[in-house]
Design a protein around this ligand. Structure first.
Ligand SMILES: [Fe+2]
Ligand SMILES: [Fe+2]
Length: 180
C-alpha cells in the first residue's frame, strides 16, 4: 500500500534516532562538556563587544591577544576532543563545516597578528572575526546544532568535560607564554 511505503521511507530517513533528541536542555542541565564550551563562547563574545569600546592601541592589542589565545585554545580542544568524538553522532556536513569555519577564523587571526592596532583594516578585521565567531557559535548552540545533536549520554559528556577542562588548562599555560 502507498501509505505503508511512505511510512517505511520515513523510518529510513529517521535512521538511528530511536530515542528522542535531548533538545530541551537548559543551561543548568547542560552536561559539563557543553556548559564549558558555552562558557568559552560567552567570554569571547563579551571581549569582542568590549573591543569596540576601546580607543587606545595598547588596550586593543592586549585585548586582541586575549581573544586570539582563547580562540586558539577553544578551537583546539573542540578539534582534539569534542568534534572527533561526536563524529558519527552528529550530521557529517555540520561537523565538516565547523572545521572549515575554524580554519577560516585561524587564518583571520593570523592576519591580524601580523598587523598592529592603528593599521588600516585592523579594527575592521577584528570586527569581522567577531561576527564570524558569533555565527559559528550560533551554529554550535542553536536547536538542532552540533551541541544539541551530541547524543552521547550525559555521563559521557560530563567525563568529556573533565578532559576538555584539563586540556584547556594545559594549552593556556603552554600557548599563553607567547603572549606574556
Ligand atoms: Fe565552540
Ligand atoms: Fe567550534
Amino acid at each position: 500500500m502507498a501509505t505503508a511505503h511512505k511510512t517505511a521511507a520515513h523510518h529510513t530517513k529517521a535512521k538511528t534516532r530511536t530515542k528522542p533528541r535531548r533538545t530541551r536542555r537548559t543551561a543548568t542541565r547542560d552536561p559539563l562538556a557543553v556548559s564549558l564550551l558555552k562558557k568559552d563562547h560567552r567570554e569571547v563574545e563579551g571581549w569582542f563587544d568590549e573591543y569596540e569600546q576601546l580607543d587606545s592601541d595598547d588596550e586593543k592589542l592586549a585585548l586582541f591577544n586575549k581573544i586570539a589565545l582563547a580562540l586558539k585554545v577553544h578551537t583546539a580542544i573542540e578539534e582534539e576532543i569534542f568534534y572527533p568524538e561526536e563524529r558519527g553522532e552528529v550530521e557529517d556536513d555540520m561537523l565538516d563545516e565547523a572545521y572549515v569555519e575554524h580554519d577560516g577564523a585561524k587564518k583571520l587571526i593570523a592576519e591580524i597578528e601580523a598587523m598592529k592596532p592603528g593599521d588600516e583594516f585592523y579594527d575592521a578585521k577584528v570586527k569581522v572575526l567577531g561576527e564570524y565567531i558569533k555565527h559559528h557559535v550560533k551554529e554550535e548552540e542553536q536547536p538542532g546544532g552540533l551541541f544539541s545533536q551530541a547524543k552521547r549520554g550525559d555521563e559521557d559528556l560530563n567525563e568529556m568535560g573533565e578532559r576538555l577542562k584539563a586540556r584547556k588548562q594545559e594549552l593556556m599555560a603552554e600557548w599563553g607564554k607567547a603572549y606574556s
